[in-house]
Design a protein around this ligand. Sequence first.
Ligand code: SF4
Length: 314
Amino acid sequence: MQAVRGVTLRVAEGETVGIVGESGSGKSVLMLSLLGLLPDNAQVRAQAMRFADGDLGAMSGREKRRLLGSRIGMVFQDPMTSLNPLFTVEQQLTEPLRIHQGLRGAKARARALDLLRMVDMPSPENRLKQYPHEFSGGMRQRVMIAIAIACGPRLIIADEPTTALDVTIQAQILDLLRNLQKELGTSTILITHDLGVISSMCRRVVVMYGGIVAEEGSLDEIFYSPRHPYTWGLLRSIPEAETEHRLPLVPIPGSPPDMLAPPQGCPFAPRCRHAMPVCLRCAAPETELSPTHKVRCHLTHPAAPQVRWEKEGL
Ligand code: SF4
């Protein structure tokens, strides 16, 4: 089984790239494979995996773990299961400081306090001694972000960081991530299934489906001139504000492919209303529509039917 294949992903310094796709599209597996966090029986094959001036492909598991927590920070979806319920927030915040920067005692505590202030934690002095169960979901996510930025990472990978939160807290956490990114100049990879989150955070978007990159482009290219039917489906399923002009939500029919037996051709073919016989036989090659816009769909072939994205009426 190949959960992810043929993916090229570049993130420039200070850039925020969004990876979007539904569950099972391969977005989280892609990140876990880069960081060496997949189970032992998983195999990762890549032509190149580089971070700054280091070759991730040549690093041992131990070297990658050292990188993770120091130069790469992770924020996971559910802070309750990511934080250890048996340790105080201070213990969890000072652990990476001790391991990666050798900070201990009063110095580590002072830095932990600074970090809680950076993530706008209310009453940070009192919070240090508390346990995760004493925090709300939003505050727990702030602690996770504080841990992720503790050692001044160059890259933050945020995997569905707001999915478990209600809408107002979601907006606060996204604001926080945006502000920290500006303040610290870190690069960010934001993994989400929510195009609304992508539009408020990212300049560049990677749309994944069935373990491949279906489409990649700037925010404007993906939102205003998308070329892959799966991207069209995602855009049609964004809820709109309740106005008289509101269009009905159109779900994508069917379900994602079983990656234990992936389809031979385009993985989206069984759900695609524009599928042609060629789509069932072979996967589409990557077509470059502009220096930043790439898509894998047979509809971009000059001989294919001319189908264009129009939100209305589709
Ligand atoms: Fe649809 Fe074919 Fe394009 Fe796949 S390659 S998205 S099946 S038109």
